[in-house]
Design a protein around this ligand. Structure first.
Ligand code: KG4
Ligand code: ZN
Length: 335
């Protein structure tokens, strides 16, 4: 069979990224331009700034990717783009750019769900085995999904309130750590001990997750102690928070491993970059004789290579989008 090259575009949040992916699992070139430093000044992503920066940079990012791959747009077989979920203004830049490339170069257009992209990051350089349980853990999502085959998803559980990454970011903010909070909490936690007794989420045996109680208890604790003039042991608090946050994931994944008997676990999304989380989930999977697939570090957070990987099965099916494609900021995983 002829090799298939997909040019993939990702602009759903604050990374402008373009990649060329061969046969759905080989990254020929990848460029990720992060706007993190700019948003850090404001303590979080400012949507208006994000879309303006995508506009400024996207052509340059394309040039850079083509140069790395030593290819022209004419050489690729299709253009893929993230069309949701994400920030509307950011998604619009990527979607319009992709539509123009598809029209001008007469290439099929493939629309990709960002969350499915995170899952398919696991396919880069490897095979995916089914059935599997996928945990999508990012700034906007905490979802437990059963995958029976390529593009066959069943949502088992999701967050009832905050996403796990959002909890990391908000706790980081109350501890005066810069944005994005996740990596900073992880680094600080390494220097601390688990000395704070934090409430564990009390939600039952369902597959759903909850993080707002944990987050609020930390915000209240910091405010109360500060008002009393007491010192906060930030490293200890980061350590205790991380343990409870990861415990919640472990608890729900364990119920799913027991109930379904599935022996394959995939983790996806920015929070899967967390090393403590990786090692705890690894222990749990070993206990159930299940394999654990985690994308390489660079493919954990937002990047266009995962969009190229997720676009490949759609290319093979001939599942192409029309030029009136519109972003869907609230797109779900099981539609
Ligand atoms: O997938 P992603 O790059 O963007 C979204 O689609 O949301 O995920 C970003 C989230 C942020 O909340 C960030 O704090 C979190 O992933 N994150 C981490 C780590 N690295 C990124 N959370 C915990 N530990 C990390 N090392
Ligand atoms: Zn993401």
């Amino acid at each position: 069979m002829k090799d298939v090259y997909i040019l993939a575009i990702e602009t759903s949040c604050d990374e402008t990224s373009i990649s060329i992916v061969k046969n759905g699992n080989e990254v020929v070139a990848l460029t990720i331009l992060t706007q993190m430093d700019k948003h850090a000044e404001f303590g979080g992503v400012v949507p208006e700034i994000a879309s303006r920066m995508h506009c400024e940079n996207i052509t340059m990012v394309l040039e850079d990717t083509l140069k790395k791959a030593n290819m022209k747009v004419d050489d690729v077989d299709a253009i893929a783009v993230t069309y949701g979920p994400g920030l509307l203004g950011s998604l619009l830049v990527g979607v319009e750019f992709a539509k123009v490339l598809s029209y001008v170069y007469d290439k099929p257009l493939i629309k990709v769900n960002h969350l499915i992209g995170h899952i398919y990051a696991n396919k880069i350089g490897e095979k995916m085995t089914f059935p599997s349980l996928a945990l999508v853990i990012s700034g906007g999502h905490t979802e437990l999904i059963k995958m029976s085959n390529d593009y066959e998803f069943e949502l088992l559980g999701e967050t009832e309130d905050d996403a796990i990454g959002e909890a990391f970011d908000k706790v980081a903010r109350v501890l005066d750590l810069p944005y994005p909070g996740g990596p900073n909490i992880e680094n600080l936690a390494k220097k601390g001990k688990d000395t704070y007794k934090l409430p564990k989420p009390v939600n039952d045996n369902s597959y759903n997750f909850s993080y707002s109680g944990l987050k609020s208890s930390i915000i209240n604790l910091v405010h109360n102690e500060t008002q009393r003039g007491n010192e906060i042991r930030k490293a200890d608090l980061a350590c205790s928070f991380q343990i409870v946050a990861v415990d919640e994931l472990k608890r729900k994944l364990e119920i799913a491993l027991k109930n379904t008997g599935i022996k394959n676990v995939i983790i996806a999304g920015g929070v899967s970059a967390n090393k403590y989380l990786r090692s705890e989930l690894d222990k749990l999977c070993k206990k159930y004789n299940a394999s654990l697939d985690i994308p390489d570090f660079i493919y954990c957070t937002d990047n266009a290579a995962m969009i190229g990987a997720a676009a490949y099965p759609l290319y093979l099916k001939g599942d192409f989008a029309d030029l009136d494609l519109n972003p869907d900021p609230n797109l779900d995983i099981c539609w």
